[in-house]
Ligand binder design. Sequence first.
Ligand code: SAH
Length: 228
Amino acid sequence: MSDMLPIFNTLEKEKQDILIKHLELVMDANDRVNLTRITNMDEGMLLHVEDSLSALEEIERAPIGEMADLGSGAGFPGIPLAIASGRKTTLVDARKKKMDEVSSIIEKLGQDSLIDTFAGRAELLARKNGQRYSIITARALSQISVLLELASPLLIQGGHLVCYKAKVEDAELEHADEVGRLTGMQLLSDRSFVLGGEYTRRVLVYIKSGKQKITLPRLEGQAQKNPL
Ligand code: SAH
């Protein structure tokens, strides 16, 4: 199993232990609140922990400063990335019940000075903490164009949006280009790789490099209900 976790294996033992403990606590908490469909540690180490770490090189390339993980759920990819990179991180999820559980997990891990949580939609965070983050991450949240809309008002100029994707159709990319022009976001890098076995992945990075041509954030929920 451990040779399927190449990035995890490069981390210091202390960090590895925290990430294992995080996954264990998520699985324990699953009885109270639905945080993951994965119930087996080996599978969780690959599909949650190693998968989260797979964009570590993109995170290390981004400008210095804070990171926010949108639609973080049980803390993926935000918690593994924060522990591995040492970046101050905010996990954002609209579901308060999930964030309360994850917040107590972060305390148990002794990581509450590095990682905090925001229970609310990304659009609300943008009203409170606009143009503050150097990196926005998102896995399994939405199509890329929606991620561009949600991330743009949160990012500093020159900040990066790191999108975790499995399959991406050409139409999704073309539409993202269009929405990028409206939101001041441009494709910076695009990397495809095999996570392990049959799991292929793609990490796309967009940079906030221009001006928004529309006022963001729109009303809460509009980005997903009524996409650009
Ligand atoms: N990133 C995690 C969870 C993905 S599920 C993982 O990959 O395992 C998507 C999560 O996004 C859900 O928990 C949902 O509550 C949250 N979500 C959806 N839209 C959101 C928004 N606009 N702002 C904040 N959270 C949102």
